[in-house]
Design a protein around this ligand. Structure first.
Ligand code: ATR
Length: 281
């Protein structure tokens, strides 16, 4: 009987079943994790099903904001960002949590072997992926969390949220059209977090003009998209440190696993399951 599910719409591509079942198996807990497509309209009804039948859920696009409204209770970190990617269900109570922020923090540390203390973070994008992670990075001892986004108001909203929680944080916002200020932010940053959806489709333009990146920049690029995008390829040719989003997916899933089971996540088993696991049923 499946007691854990990943839901989203679309969802067929998800690596979560392979990764989570590898973790459960490694801990002698069988393969209790499945996959289900749930449309936005079906989400309230799904919550009632989950309350009675499940122990845990991972949620992906497009459910993370609506889930924060439907959960009975929120963890402080989910309440701060208003985004939920994990449900923890116990005694008929649905607790909404957000493990994306800590997932990104650990992925940055793992990929680039450096702490975030004193670092300047620049997000490209201010949609769901940035919302779920920026507030957490703001609380990792970083000195700046800034945003370049096509829609300036969304960048400003996220910056205000970060600054409300960490008043001394420097938060600057601009759009890619404002070339001078965008390039200045880029030159100043230690990490660029690519958090737009650009790169998901092969015909997408790069999120920022590639000629803005030069070989001697200090910044490291983390692209939240896990397959190789033109930006990641270009960074490789320019010798700029760059990582795709795979480790973030693994780390957010690992944190969900620990929230459900109380067991430290078997990360290597999860990495192997991510790469080689079979899609869920
Ligand atoms: P996700 O949940 O994947 O983050 P989202 O919430 O729709 O999806 O956010 C998509 C992000 O990609 C946003 O930052 C969006 O910019 P806007 O806030 O201006 O919409 C960005 N994005 C998507 N398509 C884009 C495009 N063609 N050009 C520039 N930015 C784009």
């Amino acid at each position: 009987m499946q007691k854990y599910l990943v839901i989203g719409d679309p969802i067929g591509h998800s690596r979560s079943p392979g990764m989570q079942n590898a973790a459960f198996r490694a801990c002698g807990l069988g393969e209790p994790y499945g996959i289900r497509r749930i449309t936005p309209e079906e989400l309230p009804e799904f919550f009632e099903f989950a309350r009675k039948n499940l122990c845990g859920v991972n949620l992906t696009v497009p459910h993370k904001i609506h889930a924060a409204e439907l959960a009975d209770e929120l963890t402080p970190r989910a309440a701060q960002c208003g985004s939920v990617n994990t449900l923890i269900i116990k005694d008929n109570v649905i607790l909404g949590d957000s493990t994306d922020g800590v997932g990104l923090e650990r992925a940055l540390t793992y990929n680039f072997k450096t702490s975030l203390a004193g670092k300047k973070i620049l997000f490209c994008g201010a949609g769901g992926a940035a919302r779920a992670t920026a507030v957490h990075l703001a609380q990792c001892g970083t000195t700046e969390v800034s945003f370049i986004n096509r829609t300036l108001s969304k960048a400003e909203e996220l910056a205000a949220l970060c600054q409300k929680i960490v008043p001394e944080l420097i938060c600057r916002c601009t759009t890619p059209d404002n070339e001078n200020s965008a390039r200045e932010l880029l030159a100043n940053a230690d990490f660029l977090i690519q958090a737009t959806s650009l790169g998901l489709k092969p015909e997408d333009p790069p999120p920022l003009p590639l000629e803005w990146f030069s070989a001697n920049m200090k910044l490291k690029i983390f692209d939240t998209i896990y397959h190789q995008t033109p930006l990641q390829k270009y960074a490789g040719t320019m010798n700029i440190a760059c990582a795709g989003g795979k480790e973030m997916l693994i780390q957010q899933g690992a944190e969900s696993f620990t929230c459900w089971t109380g067991i430290p996540a078997p990360l290597d088993a999860m990495r192997d399951g991510f790469d080689h696991g079979s899609p869920g049923k």
